[in-house]
Design a protein around this ligand. Sequence first.
Ligand code: MEZ
Length: 538
Amino acid sequence: MTDGYTTAMRESIKRVEATRPARMQETWPMMTPVEKQEVLRRFHPDYKPEGMRELRAGSAKGMRTPHELADLLEGHSLLRNHQLDLDRIDFDTDVLIIGGGGAGSAAALLAREQGAKVLMVTKLRHGDANTMMAQGGIQAADKENDTPILHYLDVIGGGHFSNDPDLVEALVRDAPEVIAWLESLGCMFDKEPDGTMITIHGGGTSRKRMHSARDYSGAEIMRTLRDEVRSHPEEISVVEFAPAVELIRDDKGQCAGAILLNLETGEHYVVRAKTTILATGGSGRLHYQGFATTNHYGATGDGVILAYRMGAQTSFLDTMQYHPTGAAYPAQIVGLLVTEKVRGLGAQVCNIDGKQFVYPRETRDVEASAIIRECVEKENGVTTPSGFTGVWLDSPMIDLIHGPGTIQKELPAMVRQFARFGIDIIQDPMLVYPTLHYQNGGVTLKPDGSTSIPNLYGAGEISGGVHGRNRLMGNSLLEVTVYGRRAGRAAGQRVPEVTLGKLTLDHVAEWEKELAEAGIETDVESPLILPDYTRHGR
Ligand code: MEZ
Protein backbone atom coordinates (compact mmCIF):
# COMPACT_ATOMS: atom_id res chain seq x y z
CA MET A 1 0.00 0.00 0.00
CA THR A 2 1.28 3.49 -0.82
CA ASP A 3 1.60 6.03 1.98
CA GLY A 4 -1.39 8.33 1.83
CA TYR A 5 0.11 10.85 4.29
CA THR A 6 2.50 13.70 3.57
CA THR A 7 5.95 13.91 5.18
CA ALA A 8 4.77 16.61 7.60
CA MET A 9 1.80 14.52 8.64
CA ARG A 10 4.10 11.52 9.10
CA GLU A 11 6.22 13.58 11.52
CA SER A 12 3.12 14.28 13.61
CA ILE A 13 2.01 10.63 13.43
CA LYS A 14 5.41 9.64 14.88
CA ARG A 15 4.54 11.78 17.92
CA VAL A 16 1.12 10.10 18.17
CA GLU A 17 2.88 6.73 18.14
CA ALA A 18 5.39 7.88 20.73
CA THR A 19 2.73 8.95 23.21
CA ARG A 20 0.49 5.94 22.59
CA PRO A 21 1.92 3.55 25.25
CA ALA A 22 1.49 6.20 27.98
CA ARG A 23 -1.92 7.29 26.68
CA MET A 24 -3.16 3.68 26.78
CA GLN A 25 -2.98 4.05 30.58
CA GLU A 26 -4.39 7.59 30.61
CA THR A 27 -8.05 8.58 31.00
CA TRP A 28 -8.55 12.21 30.11
CA PRO A 29 -10.98 13.80 32.60
CA MET A 30 -14.50 14.70 31.50
CA MET A 31 -15.28 18.40 31.57
CA THR A 32 -17.23 19.91 34.45
CA PRO A 33 -20.62 21.45 33.60
CA VAL A 34 -19.05 24.91 33.78
CA GLU A 35 -16.22 23.93 31.42
CA LYS A 36 -18.73 22.43 29.01
CA GLN A 37 -20.81 25.60 28.90
CA GLU A 38 -17.69 27.65 28.34
CA VAL A 39 -16.37 25.59 25.44
CA LEU A 40 -19.83 25.50 23.84
CA ARG A 41 -20.33 29.22 24.20
CA ARG A 42 -16.98 30.04 22.67
CA PHE A 43 -16.61 27.42 19.97
CA HIS A 44 -19.85 25.67 19.03
CA PRO A 45 -21.20 26.97 15.70
CA ASP A 46 -24.75 27.24 17.17
CA TYR A 47 -23.45 29.87 19.58
CA LYS A 48 -21.97 32.13 16.90
CA PRO A 49 -24.40 35.05 16.66
CA GLU A 50 -23.31 35.87 13.11
CA GLY A 51 -24.25 32.36 11.92
CA MET A 52 -27.98 32.95 12.38
CA ARG A 53 -30.67 35.55 11.96
CA GLU A 54 -34.23 36.15 13.07
CA LEU A 55 -37.07 34.97 10.90
CA ARG A 56 -39.25 37.83 9.69
CA ALA A 57 -42.33 35.86 8.64
CA GLY A 58 -44.17 32.67 9.48
CA SER A 59 -45.03 30.74 12.63
CA ALA A 60 -41.49 31.10 14.05
CA LYS A 61 -41.24 34.82 13.34
CA GLY A 62 -38.69 36.33 15.73
CA MET A 63 -36.90 33.01 16.26
CA ARG A 64 -33.32 32.54 15.09
CA THR A 65 -32.09 30.01 12.56
CA PRO A 66 -29.02 29.69 10.30
CA HIS A 67 -29.01 32.20 7.43
CA GLU A 68 -29.06 29.45 4.83
CA LEU A 69 -32.24 27.93 6.28
CA ALA A 70 -33.83 31.31 7.03
CA ASP A 71 -33.46 32.35 3.39
CA LEU A 72 -35.22 29.19 2.23
CA LEU A 73 -37.94 29.38 4.87
CA GLU A 74 -38.66 32.91 3.68
CA GLY A 75 -38.46 31.92 0.01
CA HIS A 76 -41.14 32.04 -2.65
CA SER A 77 -43.03 28.96 -3.73
CA LEU A 78 -41.68 27.15 -6.77
CA LEU A 79 -45.30 27.11 -7.95
CA ARG A 80 -45.95 30.82 -7.75
CA ASN A 81 -45.92 31.20 -11.54
CA HIS A 82 -47.70 27.94 -12.33
CA GLN A 83 -51.41 27.38 -12.89
CA LEU A 84 -52.17 23.87 -11.68
CA ASP A 85 -55.53 22.16 -12.07
CA LEU A 86 -56.14 20.64 -8.66
CA ASP A 87 -59.24 18.82 -9.94
CA ARG A 88 -56.99 16.67 -12.11
CA ILE A 89 -55.76 14.18 -9.55
CA ASP A 90 -52.76 12.10 -10.60
CA PHE A 91 -52.57 9.95 -7.45
CA ASP A 92 -55.33 9.38 -4.90
CA THR A 93 -54.27 7.63 -1.71
CA ASP A 94 -55.07 7.14 1.95
CA VAL A 95 -51.61 7.92 3.31
CA LEU A 96 -49.00 9.93 1.41
CA ILE A 97 -45.46 9.57 2.73
CA ILE A 98 -43.00 12.16 1.50
CA GLY A 99 -39.49 10.76 1.90
CA GLY A 100 -38.03 7.34 1.20
CA GLY A 101 -35.54 6.97 4.04
CA GLY A 102 -35.79 5.05 7.30
CA ALA A 103 -38.60 7.13 8.79
CA GLY A 104 -40.70 7.07 5.62
CA SER A 105 -40.21 3.34 5.17
CA ALA A 106 -41.06 2.51 8.80
CA ALA A 107 -44.13 4.75 8.48
CA ALA A 108 -45.23 2.99 5.30
CA LEU A 109 -45.09 -0.41 6.99
CA LEU A 110 -47.12 0.68 10.01
CA ALA A 111 -49.68 2.62 7.93
CA ARG A 112 -50.16 -0.52 5.84
CA GLU A 113 -50.73 -2.54 9.00
CA GLN A 114 -53.73 -0.26 9.70
CA GLY A 115 -55.21 -1.28 6.35
CA ALA A 116 -54.33 1.98 4.58
CA LYS A 117 -53.39 2.34 0.93
CA VAL A 118 -49.96 3.99 0.98
CA LEU A 119 -48.06 6.07 -1.56
CA MET A 120 -44.42 6.78 -0.77
CA VAL A 121 -42.74 9.45 -2.88
CA THR A 122 -39.07 10.24 -2.75
CA LYS A 123 -36.76 12.86 -4.21
CA LEU A 124 -34.07 10.45 -5.33
CA ARG A 125 -34.16 6.66 -5.01
CA HIS A 126 -35.86 4.74 -2.23
CA GLY A 127 -33.16 4.60 0.46
CA ASP A 128 -31.16 7.66 -0.65
CA ALA A 129 -31.31 9.15 2.82
CA ASN A 130 -29.33 10.01 5.91
CA THR A 131 -30.48 6.70 7.43
CA MET A 132 -28.28 4.97 4.87
CA MET A 133 -25.29 7.08 5.93
CA ALA A 134 -25.55 6.41 9.69
CA GLN A 135 -22.78 4.10 10.75
CA GLY A 136 -22.27 3.46 14.43
CA GLY A 137 -25.54 2.11 15.70
CA ILE A 138 -28.94 2.47 17.31
CA GLN A 139 -29.58 2.90 21.02
CA ALA A 140 -32.01 0.79 23.04
CA ALA A 141 -32.02 -0.10 26.73
CA ASP A 142 -32.60 -3.83 26.40
CA LYS A 143 -29.82 -5.23 28.59
CA GLU A 144 -30.23 -6.38 32.20
CA ASN A 145 -28.13 -3.54 33.63
CA ASP A 146 -30.10 -0.91 31.72
CA THR A 147 -33.60 0.55 31.66
CA PRO A 148 -35.53 3.03 29.49
CA ILE A 149 -35.39 5.36 32.50
CA LEU A 150 -31.57 5.46 32.38
CA HIS A 151 -31.76 5.96 28.62
CA TYR A 152 -34.24 8.80 29.23
CA LEU A 153 -31.89 10.49 31.69
CA ASP A 154 -28.98 10.26 29.25
CA VAL A 155 -31.05 11.74 26.41
CA ILE A 156 -32.31 14.62 28.54
CA GLY A 157 -28.83 15.31 29.95
CA GLY A 158 -27.29 15.18 26.47
CA GLY A 159 -29.93 17.65 25.25
CA HIS A 160 -29.10 20.08 28.10
CA PHE A 161 -32.51 19.47 29.71
CA SER A 162 -34.27 21.24 26.86
CA ASN A 163 -35.89 18.18 25.20
CA ASP A 164 -39.65 17.66 25.08
CA PRO A 165 -40.06 15.06 27.87
CA ASP A 166 -43.05 13.31 26.26
CA LEU A 167 -41.18 12.82 23.01
CA VAL A 168 -38.16 11.44 24.86
CA GLU A 169 -40.36 9.08 26.84
CA ALA A 170 -41.85 7.68 23.64
CA LEU A 171 -38.38 7.32 22.13
CA VAL A 172 -36.85 5.33 24.96
CA ARG A 173 -39.96 3.27 25.74
CA ASP A 174 -40.34 2.02 22.16
CA ALA A 175 -36.62 1.39 21.69
CA PRO A 176 -36.38 -2.27 22.82
CA GLU A 177 -39.48 -3.14 20.77
CA VAL A 178 -37.98 -1.45 17.71
CA ILE A 179 -34.80 -3.54 17.94
CA ALA A 180 -36.90 -6.70 18.18
CA TRP A 181 -39.07 -5.54 15.25
CA LEU A 182 -36.05 -4.79 13.04
CA GLU A 183 -34.57 -8.16 13.91
CA SER A 184 -37.82 -9.90 13.08
CA LEU A 185 -37.65 -8.25 9.65
CA GLY A 186 -34.16 -9.65 9.10
CA CYS A 187 -31.83 -6.91 10.30
CA MET A 188 -28.42 -8.45 11.03
CA PHE A 189 -27.25 -6.86 14.29
CA ASP A 190 -23.83 -7.78 15.68
CA LYS A 191 -24.03 -10.63 18.18
CA GLU A 192 -21.85 -12.75 20.42
CA PRO A 193 -21.51 -16.43 19.39
CA ASP A 194 -24.25 -17.28 21.93
CA GLY A 195 -26.69 -14.89 20.23
CA THR A 196 -26.43 -12.05 22.76
CA MET A 197 -26.60 -8.64 21.12
CA ILE A 198 -23.29 -6.78 21.26
CA THR A 199 -23.72 -3.29 22.68
CA ILE A 200 -21.11 -0.57 23.19
CA HIS A 201 -20.89 2.96 24.58
CA GLY A 202 -21.40 6.20 22.69
CA GLY A 203 -20.75 9.74 23.90
CA GLY A 204 -22.94 10.62 26.88
CA THR A 205 -24.30 7.10 27.47
CA SER A 206 -24.25 5.70 30.99
CA ARG A 207 -24.74 2.14 29.76
CA LYS A 208 -23.53 0.18 26.74
CA ARG A 209 -26.71 0.29 24.63
CA MET A 210 -25.47 0.94 21.09
CA HIS A 211 -26.56 -1.91 18.82
CA SER A 212 -24.68 -2.03 15.56
CA ALA A 213 -24.23 -3.83 12.31
CA ARG A 214 -20.47 -3.36 12.00
CA ASP A 215 -20.03 0.29 10.93
CA TYR A 216 -22.83 0.28 8.39
CA SER A 217 -25.72 0.04 10.83
CA GLY A 218 -27.84 2.60 8.97
CA ALA A 219 -27.33 0.86 5.65
CA GLU A 220 -28.36 -2.45 7.19
CA ILE A 221 -31.48 -0.93 8.77
CA MET A 222 -32.35 0.82 5.52
CA ARG A 223 -31.85 -2.42 3.57
CA THR A 224 -34.17 -4.22 5.94
CA LEU A 225 -36.91 -1.60 5.80
CA ARG A 226 -36.67 -1.11 2.06
CA ASP A 227 -36.89 -4.86 1.39
CA GLU A 228 -39.95 -5.06 3.60
CA VAL A 229 -41.67 -2.08 1.94
CA ARG A 230 -40.95 -3.54 -1.49
CA SER A 231 -42.49 -6.85 -0.38
CA HIS A 232 -45.92 -5.19 -0.26
CA PRO A 233 -46.37 -3.62 -3.70
CA GLU A 234 -50.16 -4.08 -3.60
CA GLU A 235 -50.58 -1.78 -0.63
CA ILE A 236 -47.46 0.41 -0.80
CA SER A 237 -46.59 2.16 -4.07
CA VAL A 238 -43.26 3.92 -4.41
CA VAL A 239 -42.59 6.83 -6.78
CA GLU A 240 -38.94 7.83 -7.10
CA PHE A 241 -37.33 11.04 -8.38
CA ALA A 242 -40.46 13.00 -7.50
CA PRO A 243 -39.87 15.48 -4.65
CA ALA A 244 -42.80 17.33 -3.11
CA VAL A 245 -42.65 21.04 -3.95
CA GLU A 246 -45.74 22.12 -2.02
CA LEU A 247 -48.29 20.64 0.34
CA ILE A 248 -51.98 20.87 -0.57
CA ARG A 249 -54.58 22.20 1.85
CA ASP A 250 -58.30 21.62 1.50
CA ASP A 251 -60.98 24.25 2.05
CA LYS A 252 -61.45 22.98 5.62
CA GLY A 253 -57.85 23.88 6.48
CA GLN A 254 -56.60 20.28 6.57
CA CYS A 255 -53.50 18.98 4.86
CA ALA A 256 -54.77 17.04 1.84
CA GLY A 257 -51.72 15.83 -0.08
CA ALA A 258 -48.92 17.43 -2.07
CA ILE A 259 -47.73 18.61 -5.46
CA LEU A 260 -44.80 16.58 -6.77
CA LEU A 261 -42.22 17.49 -9.37
CA ASN A 262 -41.12 14.81 -11.80
CA LEU A 263 -37.36 15.45 -11.82
CA GLU A 264 -36.93 13.90 -15.25
CA THR A 265 -39.75 15.57 -17.19
CA GLY A 266 -40.46 18.67 -15.13
CA GLU A 267 -44.17 17.72 -14.93
CA HIS A 268 -46.15 18.32 -11.78
CA TYR A 269 -48.36 15.67 -10.19
CA VAL A 270 -51.29 16.30 -7.87
CA VAL A 271 -51.49 13.81 -5.01
CA ARG A 272 -54.66 13.76 -2.93
CA ALA A 273 -54.21 12.05 0.42
CA LYS A 274 -56.33 11.72 3.54
CA THR A 275 -53.23 11.92 5.69
CA THR A 276 -49.70 13.02 4.84
CA ILE A 277 -46.42 12.18 6.58
CA LEU A 278 -43.38 14.36 6.09
CA ALA A 279 -40.22 12.29 6.37
CA THR A 280 -37.82 14.21 4.17
CA GLY A 281 -34.89 14.21 6.59
CA GLY A 282 -32.35 16.92 7.38
CA SER A 283 -30.55 19.82 5.78
CA GLY A 284 -26.78 19.16 5.89
CA ARG A 285 -26.50 20.05 2.23
CA LEU A 286 -27.22 23.66 3.17
CA HIS A 287 -23.65 23.64 4.60
CA TYR A 288 -24.33 26.01 7.48
CA GLN A 289 -21.40 28.33 8.18
CA GLY A 290 -19.50 26.69 5.33
CA PHE A 291 -19.24 23.31 7.08
CA ALA A 292 -18.74 20.13 5.10
CA THR A 293 -21.37 17.49 5.77
CA THR A 294 -21.96 13.80 6.30
CA ASN A 295 -25.39 14.10 4.71
CA HIS A 296 -26.69 12.50 1.54
CA TYR A 297 -27.07 14.57 -1.59
CA GLY A 298 -30.75 15.36 -1.18
CA ALA A 299 -30.64 16.67 2.41
CA THR A 300 -31.84 20.23 1.75
CA GLY A 301 -34.46 20.65 4.49
CA ASP A 302 -37.44 20.53 2.10
CA GLY A 303 -40.01 19.13 4.52
CA VAL A 304 -39.49 21.81 7.16
CA ILE A 305 -39.89 24.46 4.47
CA LEU A 306 -43.14 22.98 3.13
CA ALA A 307 -44.61 22.58 6.60
CA TYR A 308 -43.53 26.09 7.60
CA ARG A 309 -45.24 27.59 4.57
CA MET A 310 -48.45 25.87 5.63
CA GLY A 311 -48.10 27.40 9.10
CA ALA A 312 -46.88 24.39 11.07
CA GLN A 313 -45.22 25.01 14.41
CA THR A 314 -41.50 24.36 14.58
CA SER A 315 -39.00 24.09 17.40
CA PHE A 316 -35.23 24.22 17.94
CA LEU A 317 -34.53 25.62 14.48
CA ASP A 318 -31.48 27.28 16.03
CA THR A 319 -29.63 24.07 16.80
CA MET A 320 -27.71 21.79 14.47
CA GLN A 321 -25.43 18.90 15.20
CA TYR A 322 -21.79 19.04 14.18
CA HIS A 323 -20.43 15.52 14.42
CA PRO A 324 -17.02 15.73 16.12
CA THR A 325 -15.28 13.46 13.67
CA GLY A 326 -15.70 14.07 9.99
CA ALA A 327 -12.82 13.13 7.72
CA ALA A 328 -10.40 16.07 7.41
CA TYR A 329 -8.07 14.29 5.01
CA PRO A 330 -7.77 13.34 2.18
CA ALA A 331 -9.54 16.18 0.38
CA GLN A 332 -11.78 13.83 -1.60
CA ILE A 333 -13.63 12.71 1.54
CA VAL A 334 -13.61 15.84 3.68
CA GLY A 335 -16.73 15.92 5.83
CA LEU A 336 -17.65 12.27 5.42
CA LEU A 337 -18.54 10.51 8.65
CA VAL A 338 -15.90 8.84 10.80
CA THR A 339 -18.23 6.98 13.09
CA GLU A 340 -18.37 7.63 16.82
CA LYS A 341 -18.01 3.88 17.14
CA VAL A 342 -14.26 4.46 16.64
CA ARG A 343 -14.21 6.36 19.95
CA GLY A 344 -16.75 3.93 21.41
CA LEU A 345 -14.16 1.19 20.85
CA GLY A 346 -11.52 3.19 22.71
CA ALA A 347 -9.69 5.40 20.17
CA GLN A 348 -8.51 8.70 21.63
CA VAL A 349 -8.40 12.13 20.03
CA CYS A 350 -4.91 13.74 19.90
CA ASN A 351 -3.39 16.98 18.70
CA ILE A 352 -0.37 17.58 16.44
CA ASP A 353 1.96 16.59 19.31
CA GLY A 354 0.15 13.34 20.01
CA LYS A 355 -1.36 14.73 23.22
CA GLN A 356 -4.92 14.18 24.35
CA PHE A 357 -6.96 17.30 25.05
CA VAL A 358 -10.51 16.03 25.51
CA TYR A 359 -12.29 12.98 26.93
CA PRO A 360 -13.16 11.01 23.79
CA ARG A 361 -16.80 10.40 24.70
CA GLU A 362 -18.06 13.80 25.73
CA THR A 363 -21.47 14.53 24.20
CA ARG A 364 -21.13 15.49 20.56
CA ASP A 365 -21.59 19.24 20.92
CA VAL A 366 -18.91 19.42 23.62
CA GLU A 367 -16.49 17.08 21.82
CA ALA A 368 -16.87 19.02 18.56
CA SER A 369 -16.33 22.36 20.33
CA ALA A 370 -13.17 21.07 22.04
CA ILE A 371 -11.76 19.96 18.67
CA ILE A 372 -12.56 23.34 17.12
CA ARG A 373 -10.85 25.06 20.10
CA GLU A 374 -7.76 22.87 19.73
CA CYS A 375 -7.45 23.73 16.03
CA VAL A 376 -8.59 27.35 15.96
CA GLU A 377 -7.58 28.89 19.29
CA LYS A 378 -4.73 26.69 20.42
CA GLU A 379 -3.46 26.10 16.87
CA ASN A 380 -2.58 22.54 17.75
CA GLY A 381 -4.18 20.99 14.68
CA VAL A 382 -2.52 19.37 11.69
CA THR A 383 -2.89 21.30 8.43
CA THR A 384 -3.42 19.36 5.23
CA PRO A 385 -2.06 20.25 1.77
CA SER A 386 -5.47 21.71 0.85
CA GLY A 387 -5.40 23.99 3.89
CA PHE A 388 -7.87 22.06 6.04
CA THR A 389 -7.00 21.52 9.71
CA GLY A 390 -7.79 18.53 11.89
CA VAL A 391 -6.76 16.41 14.85
CA TRP A 392 -5.82 12.74 15.05
CA LEU A 393 -8.24 9.98 15.91
CA ASP A 394 -5.91 7.24 17.09
CA SER A 395 -7.62 4.19 15.57
CA PRO A 396 -4.68 1.72 15.99
CA MET A 397 -5.40 1.79 19.75
CA ILE A 398 -8.51 -0.30 19.08
CA ASP A 399 -6.57 -3.43 18.14
CA LEU A 400 -4.24 -2.87 21.08
CA ILE A 401 -7.22 -2.74 23.46
CA HIS A 402 -9.45 -5.46 21.98
CA GLY A 403 -6.97 -7.64 20.09
CA PRO A 404 -5.69 -7.81 16.51
CA GLY A 405 -8.39 -7.98 13.85
CA THR A 406 -10.92 -5.90 15.80
CA ILE A 407 -10.65 -2.84 13.54
CA GLN A 408 -11.12 -4.90 10.40
CA LYS A 409 -14.07 -6.76 11.95
CA GLU A 410 -15.85 -3.83 13.60
CA LEU A 411 -15.06 -1.01 11.19
CA PRO A 412 -14.81 -2.53 7.70
CA ALA A 413 -16.42 0.47 6.00
CA MET A 414 -13.98 2.87 7.68
CA VAL A 415 -11.01 0.68 6.72
CA ARG A 416 -12.18 0.65 3.11
CA GLN A 417 -13.04 4.35 2.96
CA PHE A 418 -9.47 5.33 3.90
CA ALA A 419 -7.70 2.44 2.09
CA ARG A 420 -8.98 3.85 -1.20
CA PHE A 421 -6.60 6.75 -0.58
CA GLY A 422 -3.64 4.75 0.65
CA ILE A 423 -4.34 5.19 4.37
CA ASP A 424 -4.36 2.12 6.58
CA ILE A 425 -6.34 2.99 9.72
CA ILE A 426 -5.22 -0.25 11.37
CA GLN A 427 -1.65 1.09 11.39
CA ASP A 428 -2.19 4.86 11.33
CA PRO A 429 -4.59 7.37 12.87
CA MET A 430 -7.20 9.32 10.85
CA LEU A 431 -7.29 13.11 10.61
CA VAL A 432 -10.71 14.45 11.67
CA TYR A 433 -12.62 17.71 12.19
CA PRO A 434 -16.27 18.45 13.05
CA THR A 435 -18.74 18.12 10.18
CA LEU A 436 -22.39 19.14 9.81
CA HIS A 437 -24.35 16.02 10.66
CA TYR A 438 -27.89 16.48 11.91
CA GLN A 439 -30.76 18.93 12.18
CA ASN A 440 -31.66 18.84 15.88
CA GLY A 441 -34.77 20.95 15.37
CA GLY A 442 -37.66 20.98 12.94
CA VAL A 443 -41.42 20.53 12.83
CA THR A 444 -42.95 20.25 16.29
CA LEU A 445 -44.49 16.84 16.86
CA LYS A 446 -46.74 15.20 19.41
CA PRO A 447 -45.75 11.72 20.56
CA ASP A 448 -48.04 10.12 17.94
CA GLY A 449 -46.18 11.99 15.19
CA SER A 450 -48.97 14.49 14.53
CA THR A 451 -48.16 18.16 13.88
CA SER A 452 -50.10 21.36 14.51
CA ILE A 453 -51.74 21.01 11.04
CA PRO A 454 -54.70 18.60 10.86
CA ASN A 455 -53.84 15.38 9.00
CA LEU A 456 -50.17 16.30 8.66
CA TYR A 457 -47.67 14.06 10.46
CA GLY A 458 -43.91 14.05 10.66
CA ALA A 459 -41.15 11.60 11.50
CA GLY A 460 -37.38 11.46 11.74
CA GLU A 461 -34.87 14.25 11.24
CA ILE A 462 -37.56 16.65 10.05
CA SER A 463 -38.86 16.94 13.61
CA GLY A 464 -37.79 19.06 16.55
CA GLY A 465 -38.01 18.47 20.28
CA VAL A 466 -36.86 14.89 20.85
CA HIS A 467 -33.20 15.74 21.17
CA GLY A 468 -33.46 19.25 22.55
CA ARG A 469 -30.27 21.15 21.83
CA ASN A 470 -28.03 18.14 21.26
CA ARG A 471 -28.62 14.58 20.10
CA LEU A 472 -26.73 11.56 21.40
CA MET A 473 -25.25 9.02 19.03
CA GLY A 474 -27.57 6.24 17.94
CA ASN A 475 -30.71 8.16 18.75
CA SER A 476 -31.12 9.15 15.11
CA LEU A 477 -31.65 5.63 13.83
CA LEU A 478 -33.86 5.16 16.86
CA GLU A 479 -35.82 8.33 16.16
CA VAL A 480 -36.46 7.41 12.52
CA THR A 481 -37.79 3.99 13.43
CA VAL A 482 -39.73 4.95 16.57
CA TYR A 483 -41.34 8.03 15.06
CA GLY A 484 -41.70 6.49 11.61
CA ARG A 485 -43.72 3.70 13.21
CA ARG A 486 -45.70 6.07 15.42
CA ALA A 487 -46.56 8.46 12.59
CA GLY A 488 -47.41 5.60 10.23
CA ARG A 489 -49.70 4.01 12.79
CA ALA A 490 -51.46 7.26 13.71
CA ALA A 491 -51.81 8.46 10.11
CA GLY A 492 -53.19 5.06 9.07
CA GLN A 493 -55.66 4.98 11.95
CA ARG A 494 -56.85 8.47 11.15
CA VAL A 495 -57.78 7.66 7.53
CA PRO A 496 -61.38 6.42 8.12
CA GLU A 497 -62.19 9.62 10.05
CA VAL A 498 -61.10 11.98 7.26
CA THR A 499 -63.43 13.59 4.75
CA LEU A 500 -61.52 15.89 2.45
CA GLY A 501 -62.91 19.12 1.07
CA LYS A 502 -61.94 20.94 -2.10
CA LEU A 503 -58.20 20.98 -2.75
CA THR A 504 -56.53 24.38 -2.70
CA LEU A 505 -53.14 26.05 -2.69
CA ASP A 506 -54.55 29.03 -0.81
CA HIS A 507 -51.85 28.83 1.82
CA VAL A 508 -49.25 29.52 -0.88
CA ALA A 509 -51.07 32.72 -1.88
CA GLU A 510 -51.36 33.62 1.82
CA TRP A 511 -47.64 33.03 2.24
CA GLU A 512 -46.77 35.28 -0.67
CA LYS A 513 -48.97 37.96 0.90
CA GLU A 514 -47.23 37.53 4.25
CA LEU A 515 -43.81 37.91 2.62
CA ALA A 516 -44.94 41.12 0.96
CA GLU A 517 -46.46 42.49 4.17
CA ALA A 518 -43.23 41.72 6.04
CA GLY A 519 -41.34 43.67 3.38
CA ILE A 520 -39.32 40.61 2.39
CA GLU A 521 -37.88 41.02 -1.06
CA THR A 522 -36.06 37.92 -2.20
CA ASP A 523 -35.24 35.99 -5.34
CA VAL A 524 -35.00 32.75 -3.41
CA GLU A 525 -37.43 30.00 -4.34
CA SER A 526 -37.80 26.97 -2.14
CA PRO A 527 -37.57 24.10 -1.41
CA LEU A 528 -34.09 23.90 -2.84
CA ILE A 529 -34.48 20.19 -3.82
CA LEU A 530 -30.80 19.72 -4.69
CA PRO A 531 -27.71 21.61 -3.53
CA ASP A 532 -26.68 24.51 -5.72
CA TYR A 533 -23.43 22.80 -6.77
CA THR A 534 -25.53 20.31 -8.72
CA ARG A 535 -24.21 19.78 -12.23
CA HIS A 536 -26.57 21.59 -14.59
CA GLY A 537 -26.95 20.68 -18.25
CA ARG A 538 -24.57 18.23 -19.89
O1 MEZ B 1 -26.46 8.52 15.43
C1 MEZ B 1 -25.54 8.85 14.70
O2 MEZ B 1 -25.44 9.99 14.27
C2 MEZ B 1 -24.48 7.87 14.37
C3 MEZ B 1 -24.79 6.48 14.61
C4 MEZ B 1 -23.33 8.32 13.89
C5 MEZ B 1 -22.02 7.65 14.02
O3 MEZ B 1 -21.12 8.27 14.57
O4 MEZ B 1 -21.84 6.53 13.59
